[in-house]
Write a protein that binds this ligand. Structure first.
Ligand code: AMP
Ligand code: ZN
Ligand code: FE
Ligand code: FE
Length: 299
């Protein structure tokens, strides 16, 4: 297959000279990242990123701070949110971009998800205590400063208390599926996520599809329920994954998104913001799709 230069350059490890780099998957202290929204914007500006998206789990709380910090810098902020589903017994994440943060339905769902996260985190602490792990709820509360409490906060608490060397070890020993501290999260159905994000005027993208090896049949199914895009670039994607998902997106007529999924220092890859060759040419099609969705809602 002959590919045009633009396509082939999507795969290379550098962004084309006539493009700027973007990063559309970032976590702040509003969920389980370690950087404040303003710090993220400052870093993005230093890195020369033209557009970033704050995509916290189940929360918009980081976005206002990012937009405010971006006023004095040349970085565009796309409001985003990352939502989880269990699909075919696997963890599947969808990011909504350009969502209307005042949308009542979406906010009602997010509040419920965050409330359940709090209850689940307390349940995990109790399970860990029963398994003989030295941890108190107050240890977790000190770390989870934002809105959406998650397992990485609990993992951090255990590392800080010397119960484990690092976060990966905590997941392996205590928090992963089948481990003593595992508690499933309350989530929405994937079809409902796609619908609710659209109703809030947002564009939907399947995050890190390599995590569960999404095949074309599944993508077609999700597309028929409102999936607009797939995350082609992600810190866990190999060059081969990038190529494969780029091809799949072209074949299915899905848009492309990409982001590092940087959580600051709290994940194994560390400070990876801006480290992927994601060209700003992906932004206009996403904006166009958002406009179409808004227009169809107005009818
Ligand atoms: P939660 O939403 O509370 O279930 O936590 C999910 C978060 O934990 C996501 O940001 C994952 O990237 C992170 N996570 C899941 N598994 C691991 C792991 N083995 N090591 C480190 N972080 C993980
Ligand atoms: Zn996370
Ligand atoms: Fe994710
Ligand atoms: Fe993420």
């Amino acid at each position: 297959m002959v590919r045009n230069e633009q396509q082939s350059n999507f795969w290379s490890s550098r962004v084309r000279a006539d493009c700027m780099a973007v990063d559309l998957h970032l976590h702040s202290t509003a969920s389980d990242g370690t950087m404040e929204p303003a710090e993220i914007v400052e870093k993005a500006s230093e890195l020369g990123l033209s557009t970033i998206s704050i995509t916290d789990h189940d929360s918009f709380a980081g976005i206002d701070g990012a937009i405010e910090a971006a006023q004095s810098r040349s970085v565009d902020i796309i409001p985003g949110v990352e939502l989880s589903a269990y699909y075919r017994s696997q963890d599947v994440h969808v990011i909504g971009y350009f969502v209307d943060r005042r949308n009542a339905l979406l906010n009602e769902r997010l509040s419920k998800l965050r409330e359940s996260r709090g209850l689940r985190a307390k349940e995990i602490v109790v399970k860990l205590q029963s398994a003989g792990v030295n941890v108190e709820w107050s240890d977790v509360e000190r770390i989870a400063k934002g809105e959406a409490v998650g397992r990485p906060h609990i993992a951090q608490a255990l590392v800080d208390k010397g119960e484990a060397q690092n976060i990966s070890e905590v997941f392996k020993k205590h928090l992963g599926r089948g481990r003593p501290g595992y508690v499933a999260k309350y989530v929405m159905e994937i079809e409902e996520i796609l619908d609710v994000v659209h109703q809030a005027g947002g564009v939907t993208s399947l995050a890190h599809p390599a995590h569960w090896d999404a095949d074309e049949a599944v993508l077609r199914y999700l597309q028929s329920h409102g999936l607009d895009a797939i995350e082609v670039w992600h810190i866990d994607h190999s060059e081969e994954d990038v190529r494969r998902f780029n091809d799949m997106a072209s074949r299915l007529g899905l848009l492309m998104t990409g982001g590092s999924d940087c959580h600051g220092e709290r994940k194994k890859h560390g400070m990876v913001m801006g480290s992927l060759p994601i060209p700003d040419t992906i932004i206009d099609p996403l904006r166009g799709r958002a406009q179409e969705i808004r227009a169809s809602l107005a009818q």
